[in-house]
Structures are given as structure tokens and as C-alpha cells.
Design a protein around this ligand. Sequence first.
Ligand code: PMP
Length: 418
Amino acid sequence: NQPFDHRAIREQFPLLSQAHQPSICYLDTAATSQKPHSVIEAMNHYYQQGNANVHRGAYQLSAQATRDYEAVRDKVQQFIHANNRQQIIFTHGTTSAINMVAHGLTEQLNCNDIILIDGAAHHANIVPWQALAKRTGAKVMPIKLTSNGLIDQSDYDAKLAMQPKVVALAHVTNALGTVNPVQQMVSKAKAKGAITLVDGAQAIAHIAVNVAQIDCDFYAFSGHKMYGPTGVGVLYGKLAALEQLTPMLTGGEMIKTVSFQHTTYGELPNRLEAGTPPIAEVIGLGAAIDFIRSQDSEHIKHHEQQLVCYLQQQLSLLSNIELYGVELTDINSTAMPNNSRHNIGAVAFNIKGEHHQDVGILLDQQGIAVRCGHHCAMPLMTHLGLKGCCRASVGMYSNHDDIDRFITALKEVINILV
Ligand code: PMP
């Protein structure tokens, strides 16, 4: 690994490099991360030098494209510590990965079943389960939240006692950046016989994910939130769990034999990858993994944690700011918090009495990019008594200047609005 040189890291991201004018204060990494040169170049290289379809050509170019595509499966396997490359299914993102599971379980659920969902979940981890419930007659049950938006673990235990068929959790929530103790929660769910899915969209770029340790049946994430391209994601699954899924997409690539009388499906992972896959995007994802792995992960983690703490501290010094999903003790503690309550990547807030969209527009006028809205987590917003909020989020390229610039701009917004 290279020694930690923050400036050099930032220079690898064209949109954030010093050469890019006007300079953007990008604090919306939780929505999508910026992409380093290496990812953009890997995709360009494929289109310019290696473009061919995978898994079918009799010629060199296609064989090479297939090798490059399949090599990324090995990279992902190592990156998340899966046991077997067949456990890695390429999807179009987290949303399509969760839909693949929810659709795939249709034949395994009935009207007596309960689907237990994280009360702070992203809509992508709610709506597919509601659709599954509609198809099967099963019941969706949200896990209650504490007043500051964390999962209420006693409610979780109480609902697990009802023996849900499925438990769907976020690893890190997108709206608040709060972390769930997923390993412990999955272990409890498994003890009750539940099928477990962890939405890792907001975790994958920030923490070392070990699916074997978490021991969930399914883990989903998107390439674009981990310095890779849009249009690609991953569904990890235990082999038996993947094998039991009814494919959501059927067609070419996923079959063994086809006749007009009868079709047999192929083996994993092809069975769940019908049609031409997003080849360039998978190759870009591979470059993103190489990029992340070429950095010192401990330094990155420490750097991001410091930024989030600094962001929380600076926001808490402003009198008109309401912060969500944080404990005040976390903010005031000088020690680096590393308990499960520590926020990862994102901080959510409002200016008291002001509309989040107004704040977003006024920040944008000063070159600050944050996300304002319900963050695809309307039930969580309702729980917090909010229509929406602002969220500032960081990546490995973010720095203290970004936070200072943001805080200065926010003070200006407070002066205008309050
Ligand atoms: N889950 C979480 C926690 C997310 O943050 C997101 C993206 N905002 C998604 C799911 C959906 O990801 P995608 O849009 O890439 O499918």
C-alpha cells in the first residue's frame, strides 16, 4: 500500500482536483462518490481497445473481455471475504440486488410469514419487500426506532420472537449515517431461522466488509458509492440461499438448455445474470476495488472518522442547528468513537424552523453540494417528525477545508434565513 498522502488521493479525482474550476465543495458522497482517473480510464480502455461481448465469442477479443469481466468477480470475492466466486452476482446496483432477492423468494413465502424490516431503511430496502408481501400475503413489519433514529434493539428482540421469515437490515443508514451492529443482529435472526439480507450500500466504501463474518444470507451494494461507475452493483449470497432464488430475469446467458417444451437453468452465478451484463461497468468496479485496495484502509477510515467528528462538532457549535442520529456524548467525546453508534460517512441536520430545500439552494449558490430531502427514507423522516433534512457526507477525498467552507457557507445561510 502507498503511504497516506491525502492531497495525492484527491488529485486522482478529476472533478475535485485543483485543475477543476470552479472548485466544488462536494459533500454528497453518500448519494454517489466521485470517480478516480483509474476507473474512468479502465472503462475507456475497455470501450476503445477491448469491446466485445462476454461468455460467447469464439475469438480472442471476446475471450479477453470474458477474462477481464470474470477477474472482477474474483476481486469482489476477495474484497468482501466471500468463500466462493459463485457467490458474487453482478447486478445493476443495490436496488436491483434487493429486488432480485425479494422477487426470488416469492415461492418461499406465504400468508403466515413475517418480513421484518429496519425502521430506518432506504426505500430500496422497503418497497421490494412490500411488493413481495403483496404477492404472497406475508406481512411487513418495521423494527421500531429510538428517538434519535437508531434501531430499538429490544423491539428487534421482541419481533424476532415472532419468528420472521426474512430480516432486512441496513449496515449503515443512508439518511443519518448510523451504524447497525449487523453481525450480532444477523446472528440473532439466524437463531430464529430467518433469511437475512444486509443492505451495504452506505457501508462498502467506508468499512472493511466481511460477509463471512457477518454471516448474512445476502449482502447488497452499488459500485457508484465506492468510487466505481453507476449501473453496476453486487449481490453476495450464500450458495444455498442463491440457489433457492427464483431468477427475476430470464433469457440468454442464464440457461443450460432451451427447447420450446422445456428450459433448464444454468449454474450460479450465470443463473442470476440473464442477458448481456454491464461489462464496462463491471470492469470499472474492478478498477475501483484496485483503487481502494491501493490505499491504506486504516488511514482512510481514521481520516473519514475525523472528518465526520469535525463536521458534527462544527455543526453543534451553531446555535440554530438540529442534528439527527447522533448522541451528544459522541460529539463531545475527544476520543475517536468506535462503538456501534458512531456515524459513518454522513451527518444529517436542519436549520431550526427552516425548510431543508431552501438551505440546499442557498448552499448551492455558494458552491456547496449537499443532499436535501427525505433521502429515500420517508418512514424514518416521519419517525423523526420531519419532512426532510440536509445531509453532508464525505469520502476518502474530502478534507477539513471542505468542512470549513461548508460551515462558513452555512453561517451565511443562517444569516439570510434566520
Ligand atoms: N440502500 C441504501 C442504504 C442507499 O444509500 C442507496 C442509495 N442511496 C440504495 C440502497 C440504493 O442504491 P442504488 O440507487 O445504487 O440502487
